[in-house]
Design a protein around this ligand. Structure first.
Ligand SMILES: [Mg+2]
Length: 117
């Protein structure tokens, strides 16, 4: 993981533009694509027992499949961020700061409850 989001986005945009696919990259479709790919990621875990999910952690083929779907999710996220003009790194830091304010360590350490519960 020795790269930047900007470098990955540039790579994804080169891939897209070489195929003249920007014309299809409307925000709505990119958001839907992201959700579809997240669904494909979920599908890899669907109906599996906890033991099967744990066994897949060290199965090389299963790791490749999970990585592929994670990459698909990231690709759509990068395209959507580009289309909307969102700086993902800044958005990430802003959101993490908001979450830190909502979930102070002294009140939420070791707790899975929601901040307003
Ligand atoms: Mg996929």
């Amino acid at each position: 993981m020795d790269t930047t989001l900007a470098a990955l986005a540039a790579e994804a945009l080169r891939f897209r533009d070489a195929r003249d696919w920007a014309q299809f990259h409307r925000a709505k479709d990119l958001a839907m694509g992201l959700s579809v790919e997240a669904g494909e990621l979920l599908e890899l875990f669907l109906w599996k027992s906890e033991a099967e999910v744990e066994a897949a952690r060290t199965d090389p083929a299963a790791k490749v499949r999970v990585g592929e779907e994670m990459a698909d999710v990231l690709m759509f996220l990068l395209y959507l961020a580009h289309e909307r003009g969102v700086d993902l790194v800044a958005a990430f830091h802003d959101k993490l700061a908001k979450n830190a304010a909502k979930y102070p360590v002294d009140r939420f350490r070791g707790s899975a409850r929601k901040y307003d519960a």
